[in-house]
Design a protein around this ligand. Structure first.
Ligand code: B3K
Ligand code: ZN
Length: 866
């Protein structure tokens, strides 16, 4: 398979004036006529050949300016179509035949639940017609479709409906026009039997926008939360960024078969139904928050992605990092900012830091790829969002806004590169941000080491800061990054010190941000009356690993007194990590200290319930594995469980009383959600005791649950207990929810995530259960994905059974859906980091895969891992 390089970028040879698409929709044989006006790009190299992308289609005919081309006038090869001689300007009419029903890759035009839908990002449009399928070719689209009227009463595409009508053969047609020039990856078509909820939004300038959510009729009453979220997102983008919606109609369609979360097609977002449907009975509090966040995310893409798009796919983070940052701010403004920050950082540390340390490590702007779909990663998305956040940390909220305003002023309607974003931020603020470029070009997680030196005679405190970054596939040696280091200094009584750097006239504030720009630097604070405890990297001011020689007592102290809620959480995580690493090394671990610190947190009247819950959740097994030079996943699981049992034993009384006090939390407001979160963390600790009494408690919670949050938490807890109540709860849940596909996904996931020894056997049996379907990505993620990626103890079984199972599934899946298979195969990437026995077993499965015929998607990951 071919590697594509950023350095080889060339502007497009041909530009498109407009696109007219005509679809004759039939499940297994859809004919597409594309009529496209091309003109030579004056800025590109000369040459008379027209090269178009396209595959997986049957080519029926080509007309150039009306003339039918005989086969000797063009060449069709594996990746596309070449017409050696074309004039300066011409109209090309291409007719292709495609098979939506047979399209199991869910990329291009396919069928879901008997309806037609599309997914074109990144390169699905080339499976619909021949086209220069690259984001820097932008054009206005007009789309006409005809379909059987009884099966497909609803016919949708981007933009505005312009005409429709009936035909005599039971078919009907509709025509849509999108006035905004767009790349082909934003094209969408939906046709089928769909119900619709309708609402409207009045923009800041007074325009009324029609809002429609389409779904199968029996889900129509589960769309209220999605609609309310959409309206909140529209309002928020106006208020925070001055950005208004630009068409008169905004449509959102929910489908069950979808490779990712959702897609921002212009005016016609298509969503995985999991991220639309909600009611307290079927969706957890976390689901509610993610639905709101993803609806926001796709809506925000209308400006960051659609109006200003990417020049090429190496620039993916230009739209994704920025849009994730925007959706993070949206959630943070609407709910608890501290909790949102903690959850985002938890995810970044658990998944992105691991990716940075894996064979697939890449910068947020990769320099090369084999399969672009493999680069929709936590690095491009979540680390990308952290890098956008750096601008805001450096420039302030207002400075960041000035940069955004300039970015849109300069680039509206263009396809641009990450350098253009950097330049807009710098120019709007008259700032030199050139060092920021390194965050785009260098992969790896920098380590920031800080050492403190206190001079008691001079009352000076010096922080010696150094940064380093490990080698990653793209580069051995790294240049220093620009790292904002937010910090405070605490006195022994827990109060903050006023911070005054040497050379400054007076102290100002108790929190400030130092700029680390070099490999080694020192910062001296004066008027420091006693040796302080530093609170470093407040609010996670940069995506780095902090290294400071904190003692366990310092962590317990910061947990209790830090002004920065994020750092109270970070101290709790560090204390827990330290305890687990000591246990792993067979050293004495001070469990009393951590239990006392947790107990103090639980009793703190000033701390909200969600922050308590976050602090009580120990770092995950994979985070512990990342902290070990060589990981033994079995031992890590044992140690983490042991620590949970010991904490639960010491705090049983408090956990029970907190659980009881919060039992009545009801409703969907933030307070109730926070209380349920803490309540269920308490329950999960209590369940580690596995006594009849706690099992009974959990089963009662399951039976009496008034919402999915509580029902699911109790079920997930029981799923890891070998008891009669486990079976009862699982079958009751199944009986109650067999009609709700997405809820059955949760039922599969709790079983795949169970720590009971026969979990793999259960998972294998569930493959044959009617609730499972290998063609449905949600079900694959729920069952196979949970086992492979979120159940390290059993996935890493010492006999290699977990690895073999996942490799088996990847092989099967790869034949139908390479994108989903490529997600699963990532579980097998990190054999080099494991102890020798598992390492060999995992590598053998990779080798076995490599010897089989693989898709480009899976092939890239396997070859880079071996
Ligand atoms: N832009 C899409 C992701 C497309 C993934 C293609 N393999 C969803 C999003 O990030 O908003
Ligand atoms: Zn996105």
């Amino acid at each position: 398979n071919r590697t594509v390089y950023l350095k080889d970028y060339q502007p497009p040879q041909w530009l498109v004036d407009d696109v007219y698409l005509d679809f004759a929709l039939q499940p297994s044989a859809t004919e597409v006529i594309s009529t496209i006006r091309y003109r030579r790009n004056p800025l590109a190299e000369q040459g008379d050949a027209l090269l178009l992308d396209g595959h997986d289609m049957e080519l029926l005919s080509i007309r150039l300016d009306g003339e039918l081309l005989m086969p000797e006038r063009y060449r069709v090869h594996a990746g596309g179509l070449e017409i050696p001689a074309v004039p300066e300007r011409f109209t090309l009419e291409v007719t292709t035949r495609i098979d939506p029903q047979g399209n199991t890759s869910l990329d291009g035009l396919y069928r879901s639940g008997g309806n037609y839908c599309t997914q074109c990002e990144a390169q699905g449009f080339r499976k619909i017609t021949y086209y220069p399928d690259r984001p820097d070719v932008m054009a206005p689209f007009t789309v006409r479709m005809t379909a059987d009227a009884a099966d497909n009463p609803v016919l949708l595409s981007n933009g505005n409906p312009v005409a429709s009508g009936k035909l005599d053969d039971g078919r009907h047609w509709a025509e849509w026009q999108d006035p905004f020039a767009k790349p082909a990856y934003l094209f969408a078509l939906v046709a089928g039997n769909l119900a619709c909820v309708e609402d409207h939004f009045v923009t800041a300038s007074g325009r009324t926008i029609a809002l429609r959510i389409y779904t199968e009729a029996h889900h129509i009453d589960q769309c209220d939360h999605a609609m309310a979220s959409l309206k909140r997102a529209m309002r928020w983008d106006e208020e925070r960024f001055g950005l208004e919606y630009d068409l008169d109609l905004f449509m959102l369609v929910a489908v069950d078969d979808f490779n990712m979360g959702a897609m921002e097609n212009k005016g016609l977002n298509i969503f995985n139904s999991q991220l639309v449907f909600a009611s307290p009975e079927i969706a957890t509090d976390d689901d509610y928050i993610s639905i709101e966040a993803v609806i926001g995310h796709e809506y925000f893409h209308n400006w960051t992605g659609n109006r200003v798009t990417c020049r090429d796919w190496f620039q993916l983070s230009l739209k994704e990092g920025l849009t994730v940052f925007r959706d993070q701010c949206f959630t943070s403004d609407l709910h608890s900012a501290a909790v949102k920050r903690i959850e985002d950082v938890r995810l970044l540390r658990a998944l992105q830091f691991a990716e940075d340390a894996s064979p697939m490590a890449h910068p947020i702007r990769p320099a090369s790829y084999m399969e672009i779909n493999n680069f929709y990663t936590v690095t491009v998305y979540e680390k990308g969002a952290e890098i956008v956040r750096l601008y805001q940390t450096l420039l302030g909220i207002d400075g960041f806004r000035r940069g955004m305003d300039l970015y849109f002023q300069r680039h509206d309607g263009q396809a641009v590169a990450t350098e253009d974003f950097l330049a807009a931020m710098a120019d709007a603020n008259d700032a030199d941000l050139s060092q920021m470029q390194r965050w785009y070009d260098q992969a790896g997680t920098p380590r920031l080491s800080v050492r403190m030196e206190y001079d008691s005679a001079a009352h000076r405190c010096t922080l010696h800061v150094s940064q380093s970054c490990p080698s990653t596939p793209e580069a051995e040696v790294k240049q220093p990054f620009l790292i904002p280091l937010a910090l405070g200094l605490l006195r022994a009584d827990g109060t903050p010190l006023a911070l005054q750097l040497a050379g400054e006239a007076e102290g100002c504030g108790s929190s400030r941000t130092l700029l680390v720009t070099e490999a080694e630097q020192s910062f001296t604070f004066v008027n420091v009356p006693e040796a302080p405890v530093p609170s470093l990297l407040r609010d996670f001011s940069a995506p780095v690993i902090l290294d400071y020689p904190y003692r366990a007592e310092d962590d317990a102290f910061l947990m209790a007194y830090d002004e920065d809620p994020f750092n109270r959480w970070a101290a709790a995580q560090r204390l827990a990590m330290r305890t687990m690493l000591a246990m792993l090394a067979g050293e004495a671990a001070d469990v009393e200290l951590i239990a006392t610190a947790f107990s103090r947190l639980l009793a703190d009247p000033d701390l909200d319930a969600a922050l308590k819950a976050e602090a009580l959740m120990l770092p995950s097994e994979s985070e512990v594995a990342d902290a070990c030079a060589v990981a033994d996943p079995g031992h890590i699981h044992e140690v983490r469980e042991q620590l949970r049992v010991r904490i639960a034993t010491l705090l049983q009384g408090e956990l029970e009383s907190t659980h009881a006090e919060l039992a009545a939390a009801s409703g969907l407001d933030d307070l109730a959600m926070q209380q349920r979160k803490l309540k269920n963390v308490c329950l999960s600790y209590l369940l580690t005791l596995k006594t009849g009494r706690v099992i009974e408690l959990a089963y009662r919670c399951f039976l009496q649950a008034a919402c999915m949050t509580d029902q699911y938490a109790a079920l997930a807890g029981l799923a890891s207990c070998d008891c009669a109540e486990r079976k009862l709860a699982l079958s009751a849940f199944e009986a109650q929810w067999q009609g709700e596909a997405n809820v059955m996904g949760k039922w599969l996931a709790v079983q795949a995530g169970s720590s009971l020894p026969d979990t793999l056997e259960q998972v294998k049996q569930l493959l044959a259960h009617p609730a499972f379907d290998l063609r449905n990505p949600n079900k694959v993620r729920a069952l196979i994905g949970t086992f492979a990626l979120r159940n390290p103890a059993l996935f890493h079984a010492i006999d290699g059974s977990g690895y073999r199972f996942v490799a088996d599934q990847v092989l099967q899946l790869d034949r139908m859906n390479p994108q989903v298979a490529a997600r699963m195969v990532r579980a097998l990437m990190n054999w080099k980091r494991l102890e020798p026995v598992r390492s060999g077993l995992m590598r053998a499965q990779l080798q076995r895969l490599s010897d089989a015929g693989l898709s480009a998607d899976v092939g890239e990951i396997v070859s880079k891992s071996l």
